[in-house]
Each structure stands twice: as C-alpha cells, then as structure tokens.
Design a protein around this ligand. Structure first.
Ligand SMILES: Cc1cc2nc3c(=O)[nH]c(=O)nc-3n(C[C@H](O)[C@H](O)[C@H](O)COP(=O)(O)OP(=O)(O)OC[C@H]3O[C@@H](n4cnc5c(N)ncnc54)[C@H](O)[C@@H]3O)c2cc1C
Length: 421
C-alpha cells in the first residue's frame, strides 16, 4: 500500500539521521537507533525514516500469501506501530533525489530535507530481461500485491478449469510455471506444489489436472546449496508434483506457454518470474559510484565511496566480504546484520567515538520447498525436512521479535502456522 505524498516539515535538529527505505535494513536501523536514543537521548539528534509505504513487506514469506488463506496483512509490518514508542519520526513519501554534496534529500513534491548522516537502504527490484512476451505475461514476486495477483490468477484459472470439458483443457488452464531455480523460485513453486492440490480439491477439481513446472536456465537449481541438498530439493519437488526443467533459457513467452532456447515448450497459463533482482534503479541516479551490477560499492564501514556521511545498506549496497572479496548476496540476513552494525557506528559517531568495520558472518541458509519442508545448512551442518523449515521460519520470528518485541513475534508466529494450511 502506498500513500499520497505527504509533507515532512523540518525540525530544528542539527544532527538529523535520515534513513531512506524502511525494509529489513532501514527498519532494523530505525528501531536500533530509536531504542538507543530512548535510553540515552542526545541533544539535537533526530532520526527520520522516509519510506514510501507504512507497511514493511516481509518478502521472504510471500509464497504463503500467494497460495495460503487470504491474509495479506500477515506479510506486512505496520511501521507506525513498530516505531510508536520510539523517538523516530516517520515520513511516508518517496525520495526522488539525493544531493550528497549539499547533504539534502529531495522528496516527491520537491521538499528538501537536510541530513547529518544519510542511510540509503532502498533495496532492489525484480530483474525482468527483454525476452519477448515475458514482461506482459509474467507475474513478478516482490510485494504482497504481487502475491495477491498470483492468488487471484490461481482462483480465476480454477474457475476456468472447472468449466472445461476435458482433462487436457483443464491441465492447460491449470498450468503454473515458475521461472528461476534460485531460492525465491523454489519457494514459490514449492508452495504451489504443496497447496494448490488442496485448493483444487476444495473447489471440486481433480488435483491430478494440475500441471506445475519449475524452469531454470542452468543445469541445476539452488546453486548456492551443496549438490546433496540440491538433489534433496529436487526429490521433494518431484514428490509434490512439480516437474523441474533445466538447462535452457527462456526465449519467448505467450499467454499459454513459454518456449526455451533448445525448442522445448512448457505450458504456462500462469507464469511467475523469479529470475533475479537488481539494485534499486533510482539510487543509481543519485550520484554515487556503481558497480557493474548497479549496486553502490561501500567501504568496510558500509559507507558510500567518497562520502563519509552516507551509509548504504542491504540489497542496494555492494559490500565486499573482507575474507574473499566477494560481494554479499542480496539476503535479508545481511541487510539486518549490516544495519545492526551501522547503528553501533552511528551511535559511536554521535559520541565522537571510533567506528569499526562490518564483518559479515553467514551461519546458515535455508530454503522452503513448500510450507512444511525445507533444505539448507547451519554451522556447517546440512538439514532438510522439518528441522530446516523450522529454522527458516524461526529466523523471521526472531526478526519480528527484534523489531516489534515478543507480542509481535507471537502474533506473527501464530499467523505463520495458520498460513501453512
Ligand atoms: C520473494 C522473496 C523471498 C525472499 N526470501 C528470502 C529469504 O528467505 N531469506 C533471505 O535472507 N532473503 C530473502 N529475500 C531477499 C530479502 O528480502 C532482501 O535481501 C531484503 O529485503 C533486503 O532488504 P533491504 O532493506 O535492502 O530492502 P527491502 O527490504 O526491499 O526494503 C527497501 C525499502 O525501500 C523502500 N524504498 C525504495 N525506494 C525508495 C525511495 N525512493 N524513497 C523511500 N523509500 C524507498 C521500499 O518501499 C522498501 O520498503 C527474498 C526476496 C524475495 C523477493
């Protein structure tokens, strides 16, 4: 949900910390700074969070909204409630421009806000390559609105299938294809595979008429996981009726199917595109250096090159791991931990203390393959099935706990269980 542009009148603060983007990184930072300033206020300091929407979208659980019961609010974190007892001002508006030389952000409607420290945390958007027909026919998976689109589409296709006289026509109407065999695509197709048969049976359709595919251009799915874990994920997908098609790129798309470069055709009356992400393209126009992928390279302290007063966090940042020099992947866990670290550095700067480099640590990674089964690793230990899905969900319950306290974590945890059915 986005609101009409609102004015954000300036205050007299001379050390204003402006956070642009209230996703995993921005919200974590706002909450951390807010709590610290509540415990020990500093004179002339203000935290201002500028975000287009009052709801943070919990992207990692979108697949459940797409096929679960109609409870979209499950996936949204209401920022005014999370921040209500903290000394954090919010402004629900879009930042149109940043002038880092003049130290101002420009909001929609040309209002300018000056800053002492700026945090750019505007995330990423889906990357949709220029494949003929793709943009017109595919649903991306990047917001609750996208997930609802898929839910509506599934309902419409079920109605259509119910009116079809033959199994062949019903299978075409009920053909669901997800493109992209990374974590997001596997999560979405896994949930479709596990829950769509139930939804079909509820409306009197034969679940055998469902026709669900996962398409990946490379030879394998889930490249970030070890081969044994990938094989387990494939077995699970096969068990829940998902056919995996790998080894050829999508060449063109129409309203009922897609054609691969090797000539294979995959039915796709409903197509979901999970083929990648790119850093917020607007941030690319704000005068910071960019890497080849369009992300903003940052220093060991997560600051934009050449700007000691600008932090860049989360998906929009290209943070190189100090050990192997690789840019961190776009993951919520890095957005959250880099924001936690930045909050400590900003507080140190407020108190004229030393700042420290961010050392990212990845202790685990989990992918759901359907709502009740997962695969991944933790502290070098491979996990699959229930323990893995438990760990995946626990990570997010912990996030809600960290930003919203026990009450929110409890509420969200219960909603999460309800969404699995
Ligand atoms: C379907 C899906 C599933 C995922 N699952 C997982 C998972 O299981 N585990 C994991 O670790 N990661 C997962 N990810 C990745 C994870 O969601 C991202 O890495 C994470 O959201 C990055 O956090 P962020 O704060 O950088 O950006 P976001 O959380 O995307 O937040 C960016 C915010 O900036 C706001 N914004 C953008 N431009 C402006 C502007 N100009 N002015 C004001 N506000 C602006 C946006 O409205 C948004 O709220 C998933 C992603 C998707 C799409």
């Amino acid at each position: 949900m986005s609101l009409p542009a609102v004015a954000c009148p300036p205050t007299s603060a001379d050390r204003r910390i402006v956070i642009v983007g209230g996703g995993y990184a921005g919200t974590t930072l706002a909450v951390r700074l807010g709590r610290a300033l509540k415990r020990r206020p500093r004179p002339g300091v203000e935290v201002l969070l500028i975000e287009t929407s009052p709801c943070q979208q919990a992207l990692s659980e979108l697949d459940l909204v797409a096929v679960g019961p109609e409870r979209p609010e499950f996936c949204e974190l209401w920022l005014p409630a999370v921040l209500k007892d903290l000394p954090v001002r919010t402004c629900f508006n879009r930042v149109e421009h940043i002038d880092a030389e003049r130290r101002v952000v420009v909001l929609a409607g040309t209002e300018e806000i000056s800053y002492w420290r700026l945090i750019v945390a505007t995330g990423a958007v889906p990357f949709v390559p220029p494949v003929p027909g793709l943009a017109e026919h595919a649903i991306t998976m990047w917001s609750v609105a996208d997930a609802q689109k898929l839910q509506t589409r599934a309902r419409e296709q079920s109605k259509l299938a119910a009116s079809m006289p033959t199994s062949e026509l019903r299978r075409q109407a009920l053909s669901f294809t997800v493109c992209g065999g990374g974590a997001t695509g596997v999560e979405v197709v896994g949930t479709l595979g596990q829950l769509l048969p139930k939804r079909a049976a509820e409306v009197g359709l034969d679940p055998h008429d469902l026709n669900i595919h996962l398409v990946e251009g490379r030879q394998e799915i889930l490249y970030d996981l070890k081969p044994a874990q990938r094989a387990r994920a494939r077995q699970r997908l096969s068990k829940i009726g998902v056919e995996v098609v790998t080894g050829s790129m999508v060449e063109r798309v129409n309203d009922s199917s897609l054609t691969l470069a090797d000539g294979r055709e995959v039915p796709a009356s409903t197509l979901v595109w999970c083929g990648g992400a790119k850093a917020d393209p607007h941030a690319a126009q704000w005068g910071f250096a960019l890497d080849n992928a369009g992300r903003i390279p940052v220093s060991a302290e997560s600051k934009a090159e050449g700007f000691d007063d600008v932090y860049v966090l989360g998906d929009v940042a290209a943070f190189r791991h100090p050990k192997d020099g690789r840019v961190l992947p776009m993951l919520a866990q890095f957005a959250i931990t880099s924001a936690e670290h930045a909050s400590r550095n900003i507080l140190a700067e407020l108190d004229c203390g030393p700042t420290t480099p961010f050392i990212p640590n990845q202790h685990g990674e989990f992918v759901s393959v359907g709502p009740s089964w997962g695969v991944g690793w933790m502290f070098g230990l491979n996990l699959s099935g229930l323990p893995a899905i438990f760990m995946k969900r626990l990570t997010y319950v912990l996030y809600w706990w960290q930003v919203g306290g026990l009450k929110l974590a409890w509420k969200r945890g219960r909603e999460l269980l309800a969404m699995q059915r």
